[in-house]
Design a protein around this ligand. Structure first.
Ligand code: CTP
Length: 411
């Protein structure tokens, strides 16, 4: 059922704005997208499925258990999984407070909510509801969950609402929603022409042939950055310490073990780089001369004299020329000050700072919550989100920052 521009699932929730979904359906069809409409029972109270069938040229899916026979119910269940496989995007407009709550908590109570759970593509949500419902902490919390899951939210507009109130809650313009869907289907290639050099993971500093010093970095943040950059069209060189992760598609991976090997790999690949991101958790100390034999156990206390490793970021900071340099600061306290300090001392353009040693974010976690200290003096707070979402935001901000720095230089 795919159209020349791709295939979209349009889920319609039960709100007064459901009639505007007809305009959205038309805007999507005009972009040469094949549109399969799914309506909740409540949506059908506001608009008739025939409207959407006429606009899209295909039967509207109205209910999961529309038939009395078990076979038909089963084939309907199989159908909604099948429908989800073909489409690149599921857009829900209007996304009611009720639907967002069900999505956030994984409830599968009808066709649309079941389809959402079975769907593996990109999700766009265009909420619309009464202002008080929009502002309710329950809705706000659900929205945050859905945002953190990487879904694109097309925020409602301010204005007169059907309930007579004035405030936020009105469904965004159908064209704006259609544009968001288009962007999800045809992601930006705004890093084309860039060479992005990224370091990731921990380093291991040997103490003898069988032991080493290392840290808890999993490499996920750096790998997420590499994946995001490649997807947006960059040539990516990923200098990776020892990690347990699959190599991202289309990325050149250079494997290293120690800080000094990482330094060599970075310097060897510096020349073509236009953006450098040092996400690796480099060991700060190492044993300068590693014994050839295993250190044997004795009853006496063992002291090891450790020397500092080279600070790769600081060295790159001195040689960076016109390249955009982004460092990381993993801290257990004083995040802002430390991120700012590292920005200055290591001559970075941006430092992404995060608190480590907490449950669920930072080292060895799926999510991260970072602040971005910029050379312009600004500090941005990115909310807690999956590392892949944070990676995307870092590139968005890096591109904006480069423009801002050029503008400052020209003054
Ligand atoms: N870094 C580096 N080489 C090192 C140590 C750190 O390139 N030998 C880089 C990291 O990749 C990161 C940034 O410097 O981008 C900050 O790392 P962090 O360990 O937080 O900072 P340190 O300079 O080690 O400072 P401190 O240990 O005092 O917090």
């Amino acid at each position: 059922m795919s159209g020349p521009g791709g295939t979209v699932l349009l889920g319609i929730g039960g709100g007064i704005a459901a009639y505007k979904a007809a305009e959205l359906a038309r805007a999507l069809v005009q972009r040469d997208l094949a549109v399969q409409v799914v309506m909740t029972a409540a949506a059908q109270e506001f608009v008739r499925p025939l409207t959407f069938a006429s606009l899209t040229g295909r039967r509207v899916i109205t209910d999961m258990f529309s038939s009395a026979s078990p076979e038909a119910t089963l084939s309907s269940a199989v159908e909604h999984i099948g429908v989800g496989q073909e489409a690149g995007v599921l857009v829900v407009a209007p996304a009611t407070a009720d639907l967002m709550a069900k999505f956030a908590h994984g409830l599968a109570t009808d066709f649309l909510t079941t389809l959402y759970l079975a769907f593996t593509g990109r999700v766009v949500l265009a909420p619309a509801m009464n202002t008080n419902m929009w502002r309710h902490p329950a809705t706000a919390a659900n929205l945050e969950t859905l945002r953190a899951r990487g879904h694109r939210i097309v925020d409602p507009e301010d204005g007169f609402l059907a309930c007579g109130m004035i405030g936020p809650g009105r469904l965004a313009d159908p064209e704006t929603i259609a544009e968001a869907v288009w962007q999800e289907l045809h992601p930006r290639r705004d890093l084309e022409g860039e060479t992005v050099l990224i370091t990731a993971g921990p380093t291991q500093e040997p103490l003898d042939p069988v032991r080493f010093i290392s840290n808890r970095s999993s490499g996920r943040m750096g790998y997420a950055l590499a994946e995001a950059a490649a997807e947006r069209g960059a040539r990516v060189i990923l200098v990776s310490g020892p990690v347990n992760l699959a190599e991202p598609a289309g990325v050149r991976v250079v494997r290293v073990r120690t800080a000094s090997e990482m330094r060599e790999a970075v310097l060897a690949n510096l020349e073509p780089a236009t953006i450098i991101i040092k996400a690796a958790a480099v060991a700060d100390f190492h044993l300068a001369s590693v014994p050839e034999q295993k250190i044997k156990k004795t009853a006496a206390r063992l002291s090891l004299a450790l020397d500092p490793t080279p600070d790769i970021l600081a060295e790159v900071g001195r040689a960076k020329g016109g390249r955009l340099l982004i460092g990381f600061a993993a801290e257990t306290e004083n995040l802002r000050q430390e991120a700012r300090r590292k920005l200055q001392t290591k001559n970075c353009d941006m430092v992404a700072g995060n608190l480590v040693g907490r449950e669920g974010t930072g080292f060895d976690a799926e999510e991260n919550e970072v602040i971005l200290a910029l050379r312009t003096g600004e500090v941005l707070e990115l909310g807690r989100a999956p590392k892949r979402v944070v990676a995307g935001r870092i590139f968005d901000e890096a591109l904006k920052l480069r423009l801002a720095l050029h503008a400052l230089d020209e003054r």
